[in-house]
Structures are given as C-alpha cells and as structure tokens.
Design a binder for this molecule. Structure first.
Ligand code: PMP
Length: 286
C-alpha cells in the first residue's frame, strides 16, 4: 500500500522514521482517522478541525491547508482501493519530531513528523435490527488520564482497556469514572435511549469529542428524537432501553450486553434502526 511521509508518497514498507522521534519515545503526537466508503470520506471537515485543536493543545506548530489535506487523504484512498477494497480508513499522524536530547520539554527547532496511511475498514452493516445480533461490551473503571479530549497518540491506557474486552470476548470496554458516571468507551463514544429520548455524556476532559458522535447528534435531530448531553450513571446505562457505541470504524454499534448484564430484552432496538438508517443515508453529506 501507498503511504505518506513528510511530503512524499512512498510504499508503506519503505516508510522510515527516526527512533528518536518523540512520537515513538514519548507518545508526543496527535492523530486522526477518517473513514471512507466507495472512495467518499465521512466527516472530513470535522476531523480536520479536531486535528488542528489537538495540535494547538500540545503546541505543535504545524498546519497545512485543508484543501491540501483533502487531496492527500483522497489520494491515500484512491491509490489503495485496489489492494484494500472499498472501505478504507485513513490514519493521519503528526508527532513533534526527532530530538537527540531525550528531554521532556518541547524542543525548539524540531520539524514535526507527518505520516499517513490507509487501512481496510469493515463494510458498513445494514440498518436492519432483525438481522443485527447486537454486540456485548465489557465495563471498567476509566483508568486513563485527565486529558481524554486530546486525540493523543499515547494510547496505552486505551489499549489496556480495549484488551480487557478482547480477553472477555467482547467488542469494546465502556468506562466509568470515580463517581460511577460513564465517560466513553476505549475507542468510541456512548449513547443510550430511554423512553424514546437519547442521552450522551457531555463533552469535557474525560472523553474524546467523537466525530461520529457529532454526526449521530445531527441524525437524532433529523429523526425528531430529543437528545440531552448529560451525565449518565452506570445504573442508568444498565437500565437503558438501548445502548449504542459510535466511532469512525464502528459507525453506530448497538450493544445488547454490558459487563455481562443484558440490556433491555437483549435485542437490537427500533431507535437504533431508525437513526442508523438516517446516518447511513446522510453520512457523506453531513
Ligand atoms: N473515543 C475514543 C477514546 C476514541 O479513540 C475514538 C476514536 N476511535 C472515539 C471516541 C470516537 O471518535 P470518532 O467518532 O471521531 O472516530
């Protein structure tokens, strides 16, 4: 596959960075993943805005024009479709760059490393609850850091939480804080439906402002379903009529079991089908 590294398109297996790159040594970088289907991107502008926010938050002084990013991302999609298929995620990564001093402080005069590559996504599922079995997730206390709104490449906390779900045979791990309030999942956001209304945790430092979350909120409005961004406790999650997790790779995944406890009747709910139908139609235009 063809990758992008510091201004050039190169075969992925030939892309090389310095072991002194601070992305490698410190996890000192910001990343994005932009999904695409049949060559069309989802949420490109929103992903670019979040990318810029993350870079600003950690004071990496790097910007390229949004149109240049668009051309770059589109090329990674187009040039890899033959090998990867029609469903492609584009990973973009900017780390602070290579510095010989192994010193924690942000170094001066270092050139950021800019890397991008494409990978296969699973095909979107049909918005049909009669054929979707629903997924199970693990439940755990959120033991990551207090800057989860920054899409940092330092993902060990997330990786460890995700690994719990792998060990337990589940699709993800939903996380709660010290107050037993849901934050998000290890690589996705959380929505619940109760009595025909939707709820999702409000944006703060405990969760990533997911682009899919943002798009799903727009789809809920189109569906005429009231959405409140508010604290959701573990008890409220377990008592919900429906639970969904959202991310660029998973889109909207309906959850029928959390931490071994069945949600509602254990079947995928009607609101998921209604909203995911809209999402599937609208995702390229939102
Ligand atoms: N939360 C975390 C911790 C994530 O890593 C991600 C991205 N995989 C999300 C939420 C969902 O964000 P998005 O919808 O932008 O993919």
């Amino acid at each position: 596959t063809i990758a992008y590294l510091n201004g050039e398109f190169v075969p992925l297996e030939q892309a090389r960075i310095s072991p002194l790159d601070r992305g490698f040594l410190f996890g000192d970088g910001i990343y994005e993943v932009i999904p695409s289907y049949q060559g069309k991107m989802v949420g490109f502008n929103q992903h670019m805005a979040r990318f810029a926010n993350g870079l600003a938050a950690i004071e990496i002084d790097f910007s390229i024009d949004k149109d240049e990013w668009r051309t770059l991302v589109q090329r990674l999609i187009d040039d890899n479709r033959e090998t990867l298929g029609d469903n492609i995620g584009v990973y973009l990564h900017i780390s602070r760059g290579a510095d010989t001093r192994r010193f924690h402080a942000y170094p001066e005069g270092v050139t950021p490393t800019v890397f991008g590559f494409a990978f296969a996504l699973s095909a979107p599922v049909k918005a049909d609850r009669s054929i979707h079995p629903g997924a199970s997730v693990s439940l755990a206390e959120d033991l990551r850091w207090e800057r989860c709104h920054i899409k940092s490449t330092a993902l060990l906390g997330n990786v460890m939480h995700f690994q719990q779900s792998v060990k337990e045979g589940n699709a993800e791990t939903i996380l709660y804080n010290h107050q037993h309030e849901i934050t998000e999942a290890s690589s996705s956001n959380v929505f619940i439906i109760k009595n025909g209304e939707a709820f999702t945790p409000p944006l703060d430092n405990q969760l990533l402002p997911g682009i899919t979350r943002m798009l799903v909120i727009e789809c809920l409005a189109m569906a005429g379903i009231p959405l409140t961004e508010k604290v959701i406790t573990v008890d409220e999650l377990l008592a919900a009529d429906e639970v969904w997790i959202t991310s660029s790779g998973k889109e909207m995944l309906p959850i029928v079991s959390v931490g071994g406890q069945q949600i509602s009747n254990g079947k995928v709910g009607p609101v998921w089908e209604q909203v995911f139908t809209i999402y599937s139609e609208q995702k390229f235009v939102l």
